[in-house]
Design a protein. Structure first.
Length: 199
């Protein structure tokens, strides 16, 4: 009960979750779980129609990754892969993780709440590791992540409001972005236009 209360008010951390299908295929998705103060528990909220939900329901294991590469987050959120990233098996052998990230946490699902949509899955961290160092805070990266989230909500937000929000996010990108952030932001803009055209 105490953990559930902590997770209700814990911060949402944007990252990437990998899961394995019943046939051993790795699935990667952008996710923003709530985490407890110590980072030992995660509250994930995947939609019940998603591959992430299906895999976690079956295997009960996944890996949450912290990354500071806005481009990989955009590709994960919008499914815009040219070449998929490299994976390595975790020591438990129950799932796989990204080869390149800042850090990772393998978790095991302890509780599934299917009463609402999205579902609420509580995961306990069973193993963690550091891979690369965190490069530091950058306004453009944060702006790109916000833009990617907007792109996943094209069906919910009026077009004029969506474009206005993206224009505001363009400012920190133009002022503080490096090459990867610029590529990522342009990918988002292109994908938003495509999704708007097909609405």
């Amino acid at each position: 009960p105490e953990i559930r209360e902590q997770l209700k008010s814990g911060p949402i951390i944007e990252g990437i979750v990998t899961t394995l299908s019943a046939t051993g295929e790795v699935h990667l998705a952008a996710q923003g779980p709530r985490v407890d103060e110590r980072g030992d528990w995660l509250l994930l909220r995947p939609y019940q129609s998603s591959t992430t939900f299906r895999n976690l329901s079956q295997s009960r294991h996944g890996v949450f990754h912290l990354v500071d590469d806005a481009l990989i987050l955009v590709r994960a959120a919008l499914g815009l892969w040219t070449d998929p990233p490299e994976y390595v098996a975790t020591e438990s052998g129950r799932t796989a993780r990204l080869k390149e990230c800042c850090s990772w946490r393998e978790f095991e699902i302890e509780e599934l709440d299917l009463a609402g949509e999205p579902a609420r899955l509580i995961g306990r961290v069973v193993q963690r590791g550091e891979v690369g160092s965190f490069a530091g805070f950058n306004r453009a990266r944060h702006a790109v992540i916000e833009a990617a989230i907007l792109a996943t909500r094209v069906h919910l937000i009026p077009a004029a409001e969506l474009k206005e929000q993206l224009e505001r996010l363009r400012v920190p990108v133009e002022k503080t972005a490096g090459p990867r952030e610029r590529v990522a932001f342009q990918l988002v803009l292109t994908e938003v236009e495509r999704r708007l055209a097909s609405r």
